[in-house]
Design a protein around this ligand. Structure first.
Ligand code: CP
Length: 309
């Protein structure tokens, strides 16, 4: 049996390198299949999504991924139009969505929400972002992007810059990178350093250095992963205003980087990468978003087919 069949995807910590590599291989297979063969993978299957927070890429890429492999999607993208407004609990909403679908995709404001949903649901649950905790399918997409663009992950020097305190993609990426032999350099304002309660867990998996100065190691990096300052997660707007615009990757900074440094961003971006960078060969954030459709199609195909595809 395919080991991912009916498996919840709650945390990237639940995946080892061998499993990640299997997902990457399946993703490459998805990319190489012609559209009619692709549509046979999840024919007749339904994805149900519940988004308690806004999303463009994650929801649409799951939707597009499911359509590309022959399935269909239904769900709630605007929770204000759902019976949550009448006081319906997350547990009941998940229970109902599990009746109507074969796999459930959940984005929620609370850490632990997806694990809770997985306990309630008899269908596999995929975490599409849980509070500030994790965004595991983003990490799979990010690792796949690195592998595609750099042809390897081991041996790379990777800089991660921006909001390392509230950015859930950062935590999932760091846990995922822990499966590989990489050197990680973290760059953030002092107030947005990696959360102290996660440092022990991350240090168990990989070595990293920390700095407030983006230029410190910029000429050594193979990958620069830029993140947005997460305004909506600051308890105090004054604190946000102190760090807003701390780092802007523009053409001046690009000149100081390795010629083949790959610039990534989970998106959305606000002002942390200047638009003039978009046209350079280093900018891979839109490609990264495209890979998100293929990695999610691969995950859905593996989750819903007992013998894989
Ligand atoms: N990267 C990401 O999670 O984007 P969305 O918030 O638009 O889904």
């Amino acid at each position: 049996m395919n080991e991912f069949y009916q498996k919840d995807i709650i945390s990237i910590k639940d995946f080892n390198q061998e499993q990640l590599e299997k997902i990457f291989a399946s993703t490459n297979k998805i990319i190489s299949l012609n559209p009619s063969n692709r549509r046979e993978i999840c024919q007749g299957k339904t994805l149900g999504y519940l988004f308690y927070e806004p999303s463009t890429r994650t929801r649409l890429s799951f939707d597009a991924a499911m359509a590309s492999i022959g399935g269909n999607s239904l769900g709630i993208s605007d929770i204000s139009s759902s019976s949550t407004q009448k006081g319906e609990s997350l547990a009941d909403t998940v229970e109902i969505m599990s009746i109507y679908s074969d796999v459930l995709v959940l984005r929620h404001t609370l850490d632990g929400s997806s694990r809770f949903a997985a306990e309630v649901s008899d269908k596999p649950v995929i975490n599409a972002g849980s509070g500030t905790e994790e965004h595991p399918t983003q990490a799979i997409q990010d690792l796949f992007t690195i592998k595609k663009e750099k042809k390897k992950i081991d041996g790379l020097k990777i800089g991660i810059v921006g909001d390392l305190k509230y950015g859930r993609t950062v935590y999932s990426l760091l846990y995922g990178l822990g499966n590989y032999d990489v050197a990680v350099h973290l760059i953030s304002p002092e107030s947005l350093r990696i959360r102290s309660d996660s440092v022990y867990e991350i240090k168990k998996r990989l070595d990293f250095t920390e700095s407030t100065n983006i230029e410190e190691y910029i000429d050594e990096l193979d990958v620069l992963y830029v993140t947005r300052i997460q305004k909506e997660r600051f308890p105090d707007e004054e604190e946000y205003l102190k760090v807003k615009g701390s780092y802007i990757v523009g053409l001046d900074l690009l000149k100081k980087m390795k010629d083949d440094c790959t610039i990534m961003h989970p998106l959305p971006r606000i002002d942390e990468i200047s638009p003039e960078v978009d046209k350079t060969k280093n900018a891979k954030y839109f490609k990264q978003a495209e890979y998100g459709k293929y990695t999610r199609a691969s995950l859905l195909g593996l989750t819903l087919n007992e013998n894989g595809f």
